[in-house]
Design a protein around this ligand. Structure first.
Ligand code: G1P
Length: 293
């Protein structure tokens, strides 16, 4: 029987990060820091806080730094311990997970987000699951973690749920876009999905922002799916096949979204996260004044 509890999250982390070159030439884009933590740590902490029990990284070549980050760093910990640097020791160990809780599967070819998700099929099995993009950073201070908000909505509606927000019309070609009869609702009904349409073809300005709770049926569609003209198997196209077969909603979540897959979004995230850090905030305000023109 299909279990309805969402306990697993897939993190597609095999991408090249071409919009952040040259920084991402030898460093995985998921390891870029926002203030003092790599992007991937924010997403994993969001998942764990939301009650996710299994983290599945769909990784690729040259991404070893991710595995190392979630492993013990023996020499570093030993050195910090001997020097009594307890706070630093806590910072490098507090996010480590129990053995077996993080699993890795390789996406051997860069065939897109849909293909990355398909690589996790055997680790998911027959249950609804979460997908979390580490480029899409959520600041949910005082609210439930963004992915938890999706899981709660899924508990009510069943079916598929994607995180959505309005974007300026000229940005529709960066996102999966909803066709919906009730764009302003908190849980807009999805009647169509278009991957990265030009503004003139976009059915709305409501876009998917990197958090999903999907039924395992998506794997059947992904397996049948052929690559689009850019050579990628799109998750959006596979999801579109499930419209009308199951409830399918967007969720206008309560969190601030940062697109850290591009330079400006990443810079803004750094400013925003530093500005809410009690220790850094006063200095950040002076810095902002210094460079404001
Ligand atoms: C992917 C999806 C797109 C979604 C976006 C959210 O695009 O294909 O539908 O809106 O993530 O970040 P990517 O950013 O990987 O190009």
């Amino acid at each position: 029987m299909l279990s309805s509890k969402v306990t697993k999250a897939v993190f597609p982390v095999a991408g090249f990060g071409t919009r952040m070159l040259p920084a991402t030439k030898s460093i995985p884009k998921e390891m870029l820091p926002v203030v003092d933590k790599p992007l991937i740590q924010y997403a994993v902490e969001e998942a764990i806080e939301a009650g996710i029990e299994e983290i599945i990284f769909v990784t690729g070549r040259n991404k070893q730094a991710i595995e190392d980050h979630f492993d013990i760093s023996y020499e570093l910990e030993d050195s910090l311990r001997k020097r009594g640097k307890n706070e630093a020791l806590q910072q490098v160990t507090e996010f480590l997970q129990e053995p077996g809780r993080i699993k890795y599967v390789r996406q051997m070819r860069p065939l897109g987000l849909g293909h990355a998700v398909l690589c996790a099929k055997d680790l998911i099995g027959d249950e609804p699951f979460a997908i979390m993009s580490t480029d899409d950073l959520m600041m949910y201070n005082g609210q439930e973690p963004c992915i938890k908000q999706l899981i709660n909505a899924h508990d009510d509606t069943g079916g598929n749920i994607v995180a959505v927000m309005d974007v300026p019309l000229e940005q529709t070609k960066r996102y999966g876009i909803l066709d919906t009869p009730n764009q302003d609702a908190d849980l807009p009904i999805i009647e169509g999905l278009v991957e990265k349409p030009n503004p003139e073809d976009a059915p709305s300005t409501l876009s998917i922002t990197g958090r999903y709770v999907l039924l395992p049926e998506v794997f059947d569609w992904l397996e049948k799916q052929s690559a689009d003209k850019s050579g990628e198997i799109q998750l959006t196209d596979a999801m579109a096949n499930m419209i009308g077969r199951h409830p399918f909603h967007g969720l206008r979540y309560k969190a601030t979204y940062f697109d850290c897959g591009n330079k400006l979004g990443w810079l803004e995230a750094n400013i925003a996260f530093a500005a809410i850090d009690q220790q850094m905030s006063p200095d950040v305000q002076s810095l902002l004044k210094k460079y404001a023109r």
